[in-house]
Design a protein. Structure first.
Length: 109
């Protein structure tokens, strides 16, 4: 099986965490260090309870395209339109979306 397959490209990525504007029009993702409600009490003792993940221009385009209405295939098409000089955009975008899902930045529906 070749990644990404048609089943994966048909999934809809939904943003699961908050973000804020970064430098030069990019996005910074905010991810709590403690995701489990069971351990949520630890947050009170942490000086910095969140990870701040700074995305580059391409990552920002992927994040913004993951609006909960587009499939991963459509997200890849939107990124390809924004970055026409890049090759193999579908595979690269799918790999990045998979990493976002593994890190719990997005949910796949």
């Amino acid at each position: 099986m070749v990644f990404p397959d048609e089943t994966f490209l048909a999934l809809v990525p939904v943003q699961a965490l908050t973000s804020e504007p970064g430098e030069n029009g990019t996005v910074v993702l905010i991810r709590p260090k403690v995701l489990s409600p069971r351990w949520g009490w630890l947050v009170r003792f942490m000086a910095r309870p969140n990870y701040r993940v700074k995305l580059d221009a391409r990552g920002t385009a992927v994040w913004r395209a993951c609006d909960g209405t587009r499939t991963i295939g459509q997200v890849a098409e939107a990124v390809a339109a924004a970055f026409p000089e890049e090759v193999d955009t579908t595979r690269r975008t799918a790999l990045f979306v998979r990493e976002l899902a593994l890190g719990r930045f997005i949910r796949l529906a």
